[in-house]
Design a protein around this ligand. Structure first.
Ligand SMILES: Nc1ncnc2c1ncn2[C@@H]1O[C@H](COP(=O)(O)OP(=O)(O)OP(=O)(O)O)[C@@H](O)[C@H]1O
Length: 250
């Protein structure tokens, strides 16, 4: 991988060992204003010959970015590194001018301080909590906190906005795929994130629903005008929904 080039690459085995030794090299943003996404890092999973390494050098002013690439190439690892669930081995992660991690300056902001909303592939709803309780869990305090009145108001607002009021008292197994998706989104938005990371938000849905829900999700996100990184396996979906597509390769 040439120094300074723009790239996103998932590497295995020997290539991964080489990447770890070299990175993170010079990688400069060419704009005066701070990019929305300013990423130059190396993240790794596992050890020894099975080690998987992701090398990223990408600056972008696009608010809505789709991340595409084959299964196992490191798309989720990219999101995990931005959210802070995984700590990059080297390099930095900056979002709209704010440094979330920089190994050279010894800066590390833990996930709960990043205000980066992460919506998981399978929505990860709690099966024993109702829709409303799942949404309330999006705040750090959770639904049992003492400032219950304010929390209830926020929950009601999001349930209304995402058309979930009618199913607020139901459990995840009693709601549709689209409602589950919106519940997960409402829970993520409860934490007032400054950016959203959506990992295959349509993967669990029937193909015939994907188109409609993609449009629906985007109309909600349009109102919020948050930067979004959306992982998808579907190139048409990536082109249709987002401003820019980042293709992860080897
Ligand atoms: N603990 C681990 N040790 C070593 N390798 C791991 C570990 N966990 C995950 N991996 C590997 O890291 C790579 C990246 O995983 P990741 O989940 O980011 O891929 P992905 O592109 O999101 O895949 P998919 O599209 O299938 O969800 C995969 O090849 C996976 O096998």
């Amino acid at each position: 991988m040439a120094a300074g080039t723009d790239h996103l690459a998932g590497l295995y085995g020997d290539a991964a060992a080489g990447a770890l030794a070299l990175a993170a090299h010079a990688c400069r943003a060419g704009h005066v204003s701070a990019p929305v996404w300013d990423l130059n890092f190396v993240s790794a999973l596992g050890r020894g010959p099975d080690r998987f390494v992701l090398e990223v050098c990408r600056h972008s002013h696009a608010a809505r970015v789709a991340v595409s690439g084959p299964s196992g190439i490191g798309k989720s690892l990219l999101l995990q590194t931005i959210s802070g669930l995984v700590r990059a081995d080297r390099g930095y992660v900056r979002l709209s001018g704010e440094t979330l991690q920089d190994t050279a300056q010894d800066i590390w902001r833990p996930p709960q301080q990043r205000r980066v909303g992460y919506m998981f592939q399978n929505y990860a709803l709690f099966p024993h909590l109702t829709v409303a309780q799942n949404v309330a869990f999006g705040t750090r305090q959770g639904w049992l906190n003492p400032r219950r009145g304010e929390l209830d108001r926020q929950v009601t607002t999001w349930l209304d906005r995402l058309e979930l009021s009618r199913v607020a008292g139901l459990y995840p197994h009693q709601i549709s795929g689209g409602q589950a998706q919106r519940t997960a989104l409402a829970r993520t938005l409860m934490a007032s994130p400054r950016a959203l990371l959506l990992d295959e938000p349509f993967a669990a849905l029937d193909p015939s629903l994907r188109l409609a829900l993609g449009a629906e999700l985007l109309s909600v996100l349009d109102e919020l005008s948050l930067p979004i990184l959306l992982v998808t396996h579907d190139p048409a979906e990536a082109e249709r929904l987002m401003d820019e597509v980042w293709a992860l390769g080897t």
